[in-house]
Design a protein around this ligand. Structure first.
Ligand SMILES: Nc1ncnc2c1ncn2[C@@H]1O[C@H](COP(=O)(O)OP(=O)(O)O)[C@@H](O)[C@H]1O
Ligand SMILES: [Mg+2]
Length: 282
């Protein structure tokens, strides 16, 4: 039944499953059956609403690990596409591919944010729980961040929660969003802030060739600009509306298992600078 391993993320390993059209996402020990059930429900909801997502089939157990069986999406992740370009001498055509993939991300998010659904968890409490669980910040800092959150109006749009380039597959020219574990009903600025923070602060694995690190560094702010320009074009939402979300979302990101300590330190610095700046302005 189980075949070749075809992917991995912070919470799972992904294998071929049964016939050619299915995969199984098997949980890593950090991921509970409850989290998996939530992802299954969120993904099914997104699929039923006609979003560009794989069809989820069922929850099963394999080798004493819970897993979700999904439709297999043939294609590369946007992260693979980006790094395949970065390892070469990047030319104008390839740069255009990078910008277009970034635009696809903005478009996919705008389609998701356009919709709402009562069946997914409300965002605000989810965010607060994540922020309170963070060990890298003091209690006063966390309270100040939760006060910032409380100052924002509550919206109820579908948010993906983790729009990173590993969670988007390009299949026959179509972008497909996977990994719906963190989806909530709330303010779409959260997804935009998440994307901006990830591009701005991502620490690449230590075995990444130095020239790839350098080229990526030189593209970071360009990627953010292209992303926001496209999202603004599609929705009218501007960077000014997203900016206040950077501190709370950076704080929430400290609760993620998938990022390194080095990256967490960068986020802690950014949060502290932001909090001090806010305090001085008051
Ligand atoms: N439906 C799918 N079809 C093809 N590949 C997939 C599919 N789902 C996941 N993958 C691959 O497995 C990787 C990890 O999946 P993901 O759902 O993002 O797991 P995690 O929650 O651990 O991040 C993806 O980056 C992708 O390469
Ligand atoms: Mg993922």
């Amino acid at each position: 039944m189980i075949g070749r391993k075809i992917g991995e993320g912070g919470n799972s390993e992904v294998f071929e499953w049964g016939d050619d059209n299915k995969i199984i996402k098997l949980a890593k020990p950090n991921t509970s059956i409850l989290a998996l059930e939530r992802e299954y429900r969120n993904n099914l909801m997104a699929w039923k609403m006609g979003l560009s997502v794989p069809k989820p089939y069922e929850i099963v157990e394999f080798d004493q690990r819970p897993g979700i069986v999904f439709e297999r999406i043939y294609g590369e992740t946007l992260k693979e596409r980006l790094f395949n370009i970065l390892i070469q001498q990047i030319n104008a055509d390839q740069l255009m591919t990078v910008w277009n993939d970034v635009r696809y991300t903005a478009r996919l998010l705008s389609e998701i944010h356009h919709l709402s659904h009562e069946g997914i968890p409300p965002q605000r409490e989810f965010l607060k729980r994540q922020i309170r669980s963070v060990g890298y910040l003091g209690e006063e800092e966390k309270s100040a961040i939760i006060d910032i959150l409380d100052s924002f109006p509550i919206k109820s749009q579908i948010c993906h929660g983790d729009p990173n380039p590993n969670n988007i597959l390009m299949s026959n020219g179509k972008a497909v969003m996977i990994d719906w574990n963190d989806a909530t009903s709330g303010n779409p600025e959260t997804d935009l802030a998440e994307y901006i923070i990830m591009i701005r602060f991502a620490v690449l694995p230590s075995d990444t060739p130095q020239n790839v690190v350098n080229v990526f560094d030189s593209l970071r702010e360009g990627i953010i600009d292209v992303f926001l320009d496209e999202y603004t074009l599609l929705t009218g939402t501007t960077y000014e509306e997203v900016e206040p979300w950077i501190i709370p979302i950076a704080a929430r990101k400290l609760s993620a298992d998938a990022i390194s300590n080095k990256e967490k330190q960068l986020l802690v610095n950014e949060i502290r600078i932001g909090l001090r700046y806010k305090e001085n302005k008051l």
